[in-house]
Design a binder for this molecule. Structure first.
Ligand SMILES: NC(=O)C1=CN([C@@H]2O[C@H](COP(=O)(O)OP(=O)(O)OC[C@H]3O[C@@H](n4cnc5c(N)ncnc54)[C@H](OP(=O)(O)O)[C@@H]3O)[C@@H](O)[C@H]2O)C=CC1
Ligand SMILES: Nc1nc(=O)c2c([nH]1)NC[C@@H]1CN(c3ccc(C(=O)N[C@@H](CCC(=O)O)C(=O)O)cc3)C=[N+]21
Length: 297
């Protein structure tokens, strides 16, 4: 029997733990966890994500601010805003929504965020800590961290001896995902657009993570029977019910679910975990700023 991994339910568990931790921190120190989300421009999908981040932050009892800036905002103005948030003691987590408009150097903005408030885990300091296994003081990127929690829950055991294949090598998902799996003792292969015979490679995976950005690319006959399949992809296709767009992953869910031992759906899989882990990273940052040992999620 295939298990459908309920990312929404696991995310709700994480959010409950975050709220309880936040209440404890507030009661004991008076520090209220604070998050700032910055969005530049009017991309509708980005606006949806930013709105749900704000909503979850309120649910967790956080102080939450949103900076919505016009698409012609200059790089200098965005740098200045990030510096202001770095210096604001009420803010423990800063997220600048990606992608940014072409005239802004996203790398420069990311490196301007204080590593101590970089709840996305994109700053070189946090990337380096993940790469060297300093997970106690790192911020780990939310999507791979959330995917890892789903893998741990689905397998319920150490990953020693298991082959993991990550399809995609972005700095945001693929590479940090590979590092987390390696840290957890899986044997990891990272595939990308130049990989030869991707279907055969995928068939060797006990754990298959798809982070490609290509709708339903990974087919059922690429999946090893019994494998754990984590679909990170979020692709919006036109022509769903009532003229609405339809959300699909990078995995062809129908055929893959017949082979997999456990699989995440889209929506309701990795997506809600990303937001939950953002809240977790923010409360951890607030604990650290108050000189308290941070909870684990
Ligand atoms: N659920 C969530 O919370 C999140 C979901 N996403 C989704 O995850 C997906 C991936 O995002 P992201 O990592 O940012 O994407 P990127 O576009 O940055 O990276 C895509 C990766 O896939 C590889 N790739 C592209 N085409 C192929 C192919 N035909 N065969 C093998 N590999 C291929 C690319 O290879 P190469 O490097 O060689 O070009 C690249 O490494 C997207 O659908 C995105 O929307 C992203 C973030 C969060
Ligand atoms: N600095 C930065 N950090 C990010 O973490 C970041 C980003 N920029 N830019 C965009 C991507 C994408 N991303 C998602 C978050 C939640 C869902 C999510 O909640 N998805 C729901 C569905 C939502 C819907 O219906 O559209 C689900 O899969 O069930 C998806 C994708 C975070 N990202």
């Amino acid at each position: 029997m295939t298990t459908v991994i309920d990312g929404k339910a696991v995310a709700a568990d994480v959010v409950t733990k975050v709220r309880i931790a936040a209440e404890k921190l507030i009661a004991e120190t008076g520090v209220v966890p604070g998050i700032a989300v910055v969005i530049v421009g009017h991309d509708p999908a980005s606006q949806v994500y930013v709105a749900s981040k704000g909503k979850k932050a309120k649910e967790c009892g956080f102080h939450s601010v949103e900076h919505a800036l016009p698409s012609d905002t200059s790089e200098a103005d965005l740098v200045a805003l990030v510096q202001k948030l770095n210096a604001d003691p009420k803010i423990h987590g800063i997220l600048v929504q990606l992608p940014l408009p072409d005239h802004i150097d996203a790398g420069k903005i990311i490196q301007t965020i204080s590593a101590d408030k970089d709840v996305d885990g994109f700053h070189f300091t946090n990337v380096g800590k993940l790469g060297t296994g300093e997970l106690d003081t790192a911020f780990v990127p939310c999507t791979p961290a959330g995917s890892m929690l789903l893998i741990e829950r689905a397998l319920g055991r150490d990953l020693s001896g298991l082959n993991a294949v990550v399809v995609g090598r972005s700095n945001i998902v693929g590479k940090p995902m590979a590092n987390l799996l390696l840290n957890a003792n899986a044997t990891v292969t990272v595939a990308h657009s130049r990989t030869k015979d991707l279907p055969a490679l995928c068939r060797s995976a006990d754990i298959l993570v798809a982070a490609v950005g290509r709708p339903e690319m990974i087919k059922g006959d690429w999946v090893k029977p019994g494998a754990t399949v984590i679909d990170v992809g979020i692709n919006r296709l036109e022509g769903g019910l009532n003229g609405k767009s339809k959300l699909v992953g990078d995995v062809d869910y129908g055929s893959a679910a017949e082979q997999a031992g456990a699989i995440t759906p889209v929506p309701g899989g990795v997506g809600p975990m990303t937001i939950a882990l953002l809240m977790a990273n923010t409360v951890v940052s607030a604990f650290r700023s108050a000189g308290q040992s941070a909870p684990r999620f």
